[in-house]
Design a protein around this ligand. Structure first.
Ligand SMILES: [Zn+2]
Length: 199
């Protein structure tokens, strides 16, 4: 029905989250109305996103440099560490302004259903940092769903030998939900009401 070039772009656009065929068609017509330069700038920024970003060598957050902006900030509490599942969760906590320490991004969770065990998470790197940097408290901020709780339990066991205090973000976030969708005040409260798991 459409020229092949339009059909090609629609096929790509419907892969985006929340984009159906109707919206994809509208986007195609929007692109057609833009100048050549604007469309090129748009396409380039998508390409550069993948080429220019990497995982922070220290915490696995998304970064343009070897070390991310959070890790590079000397004003942060260098003895507190928050463990999250993804860079999106790190961002969600950063938005609340309720945590001033460092992070460790797991880039996943333990999920027997999807065949992912503890060995698939880079926990050794986390343990090494806690030891070498003398971290005094690790706040586990994985999602309050089955996989997140399972991961938190495993991390607590692994961290026990390090002698650091381990805590878990607390009240407010509904069980089974995801950190990144929690509103600012809920997430902020959750951080301040964290409970200690080990001393
Ligand atoms: Zn970092």
């Amino acid at each position: 029905m459409y020229p092949k070039l339009i059909e090609n772009l629609i096929e790509q656009l419907v892969k985006l989250p929340g984009v159906g065929r109707r919206s994809a068609e509208r986007m195609v017509y929007w692109f057609l109305k833009q100048s050549n330069e604007d469309v090129k700038a748009f396409a380039n920024s998508v390409v550069q996103l993948k080429e220019g970003l990497r995982f922070c060598r220290r915490c696995n957050n998304l970064s343009e440099a070897d070390i991310c902006l959070v890790c590079a900030d000397a004003n942060r509490d260098q003895k507190m560490m928050c463990v999250v599942e993804s860079p999106k969760d790190l961002l969600a906590i950063e938005r609340t302004g309720s945590f001033k320490g460092l992070y460790y991004v797991l880039l996943g969770v333990i999920s027997p259903a999807e065949g992912r065990g503890p060995e698939d998470l880079n926990i050794q790197k986390l343990l090494m940092r806690v030891r070498e940097e003398g971290i005094t408290e690790v706040v586990i901020a994985t999602d309050p769903d089955t996989e997140g709780e399972m991961t938190a339990l495993h991390l607590t066991r692994e961290l026990k030998a390090s002698g650091t205090r381990v805590s878990r973000i607390g009240l407010g976030i509904p069980v089974g939900s995801s950190l990144e969708f929690a509103d600012l005040s809920t997430l902020s409260m959750s951080m301040s009401s964290r409970r200690t798991l080990t001393e």
